[in-house]
Design a protein around this ligand. Structure first.
Ligand code: BTN
Length: 239
C-alpha cells in the first residue's frame, strides 16, 4: 500500500480517475484541500479544512467487473465504523454507505469504476470523514444533518493517525472480501444499520418510494414492503 499526499486538488476521486493507469493497486491519494469535492448523485462534498479526511483508494481488482466490487462502499462503511469505535463513539450505517454518529452524518463514500473499451481499468473508492470541524461549518452543510468526530468526542483528532488506522483495517480483509462479497460482512453491517424494520422513503432515480424497510439481502440490496408488494433496490438514498 502506497500513500500519496497532495496539498490541494479538485477532488481526490477525479484526480485518481484521470490518472488511474499511473497508480498501482491499493494506492491511497489524500489531500488537505478539495476545491471541487463530489458526493453521490451530483452532490458536492463540502471542504471543512485541512484537518479532515479526503481520501481515495485506487484499486485494480481485475479487468472484468465483478458484482462484489459494487459492495466495496458497504465494506468501507463497516471498516469506518470499526475505526470510529476506537475513538469511543457509537457509529451507525444508513444504507447503503453513510456513516452516522448520533444520527448525524460523519462520513460519505463515493465509488466510481473506470472503464476503457469495455475493460475495467480500476475502481476509485473515495471517502470523506469529518474529523475536526467547527459547529457552524457543520451546521451549514446542505442536504443532511452532519457532525464531526471532534464535536462528538470533544477532542482534537489526528488526521494522519485516523487515515492509517482506516487503511490498515480496510486492507486486512480486502482480498477475502473480493472473493466472498457482501455475505462476509452482512452480520456486522446489519449490527450498525439504522432504520431496518421502519417505514422509510427512498429516493430511487427520479422516484420516491415509501415502504417498510423489511430486509437487507445477501448481496447488499434492500427489500421494501410497499403497496405494490416486496420491491428490491440496489441503489438509492434514504430520505
Ligand atoms: C456522499 O456522501 O455523497 C459521498 C461523499 C464522498 C466524498 C469523498 S471526499 C474524498 C473523495 N473525493 C471526492 O470528490 N469525493 C470523495
Amino acid at each position: 500500500m502506497k500513500k500519496i499526499h497532495l496539498e490541494e486538488v479538485n477532488s481526490t476521486n477525479t484526480y485518481a480517475k484521470e490518472n488511474i493507469e499511473k497508480f498501482d493497486d491499493k494506492t491511497i491519494i489524500y489531500t488537505d484541500r478539495q476545491t471541487a469535492g463530489r458526493g453521490r448523485f451530483t452532490r458536492k462534498w463540502v471542504d471543512l479544512g485541512s484537518r479532515n479526511l479526503y481520501m481515495t483508494i485506487i484499486l485494480h481488482p481485475g479487468e472484468k467487473f465483478n458484482e462484489n466490487f459494487s459492495n466495496l462502499t458497504q465494506y468501507l462503511s463497516v471498516k469506518t465504523c470499526k475505526v470510529l469505535e476506537e475513538y469511543g463513539v457509537k457509529p451507525q450505517i444508513k444504507w447503503p454507505n453513510d456513516n452516522l454518529v448520533n444520527n448525524k452524518k460523519i462520513s460519505g463514500i463515493l465509488s466510481e469504476a473506470v472503464f476503457r473499451s469495455g475493460k475495467l481499468l480500476g475502481i476509485v473508492l473515495g471517502i470523506g470523514v469529518n474529523l475536526n470541524a467547527n459547529l457552524e461549518d457543520v451546521k451549514a452543510i446542505p442536504d443532511r444533518i452532519a457532525t464531526s468526530l471532534n464535536l462528538e468526542t470533544n477532542k482534537e483528532i489526528n488526521r494522519d493517525e485516523f487515515l492509517d488506522k482506516l487503511a490498515k483495517t480496510f486492507f486486512e480483509d480486502y482480498d477475502n472480501f473480493l472473493r466472498n462479497g457482501f455475505k462476509q460482512i452482512k452480520e456486522e453491517y446489519k449490527n450498525y444499520l439504522v432504520l431496518l424494520g421502519e417505514k422509510i422513503t427512498l429516493q430511487h432515480l427520479s422516484q420516491k418510494v415509501t415502504g417498510i424497510f423489511s430486509s437487507i439481502n445477501d448481496d447488499g440490496t434492500i427489500t421494501l414492503l410497499t403497496e405494490k408488494g416486496e420491491e428490491i433496490f440496489s441503489i438509492g438514498d434514504i430520505l
